[in-house]
Design a protein around this ligand. Sequence first.
Ligand SMILES: NC(=O)c1ccc[n+]([C@@H]2O[C@H](COP(=O)([O-])OP(=O)(O)OC[C@H]3O[C@@H](n4cnc5c(N)ncnc54)[C@H](OP(=O)(O)O)[C@@H]3O)[C@@H](O)[C@H]2O)c1
Length: 336
Amino acid sequence: MKTRFLGNTGVRVSELCFGAMTFGGKGYWKNIGQVEQKEADEIVNMAIEGGINFFDTADVYSEGRSEEILGKALGNKRKDIVLATKVRGRTGAGPNDVGLSRKHIIDSCNGSLKRLGTEYIDLYHVHSFDPRTPLDETLRALDDLVREGKVRYIGASNFMGWQLMKALAISEKQNLEKFVTLQAFYSLIARDLENELVPLSLDQKLGILTWSPLGGGFLTGKYRRGKPRPEGARRSNPTDQFLQFDEEKGFDIVDELEKTARNHGATITQSALNYLLRKPGVTSVIIGAKNKEQLADNLKTMDWEMTAEEVSRLDELSKPPRVYPYWMLERMSLDR
Ligand SMILES: NC(=O)c1ccc[n+]([C@@H]2O[C@H](COP(=O)([O-])OP(=O)(O)OC[C@H]3O[C@@H](n4cnc5c(N)ncnc54)[C@H](OP(=O)(O)O)[C@@H]3O)[C@@H](O)[C@H]2O)c1
């Protein structure tokens, strides 16, 4: 598997990152995956053998079980791995068990280190913006963690453009650690990121890490127009879905992905992942898998490359609506 530099750092990560959100099966995450230790050990070994050196989890996934299971599964292979986790979501009932205050960041980081069974986190993401905590407080706390050796790099996830740019400017002005990555929802069924956050990431040399690249399993071929939905899958029940997108448009994209897959003797899933690896700014695509069969399929994405023509056909078909001021600025730029 090829590797790419993690944003503007000197660290190299595999083009596919393994996301451990399917590990644990507790609470809200039960419907996403219920992978327990034995199967997780096999999945993690298979990912490493397939060339993956980059793993992602979060303090909240399965209420901490995902971190515990992933830490154990990595075992003594951990030193060769770039390990990422996150802070921001609610981890307890207390008023300070959530957010990006100095208090919660430090407590949550210590909790993650313990559950992961590691002395340091390679990449520590803030899981989303916290409107109640000044960014200066958050960035200073993250900077302290880096200086203490508990964290090596920091990243942002689920930020608006202005929030991310403001954070980068504060870090620059106060000589604090800067975010090196943006972890965001980026998929053929959701290209909103291209309006603001992709140009920002290119300009600021942030590495984009794409979450839910298959739209939670939608872009695998198991959901087709006019066909019954599969049972036991994340999107089996179309109501009450966390990821909202236009499924009708999605069915057209799946049809086109199938044509592309056929050209390469590949699968619809591999086509959807392959497309994202061709997009500017993307460092690594975070894949999710509930079992070894799914992982085996996803790993084969690396065996072939989508052509520029195939990418542009999919670009055209999945074009996001152009909102102001982006359409106007695009027009004005033609005049330069
Ligand atoms: N920062 C954030 O806010 C955020 C949010 C979400 C995720 N993430 C990260 O991104 C990672 C990936 O997210 P995701 O799990 O939503 O990714 P995804 O690729 O969109 O969906 C993965 C799901 O698709 C199905 N699937 C995967 N490969 C398949 C295959 N080859 N054939 C058939 N079905 C297949 C499985 O679900 P079914 O079998 O149930 O269909 C699997 O659990 C997570 O583990 C996490 O690390 C981050």
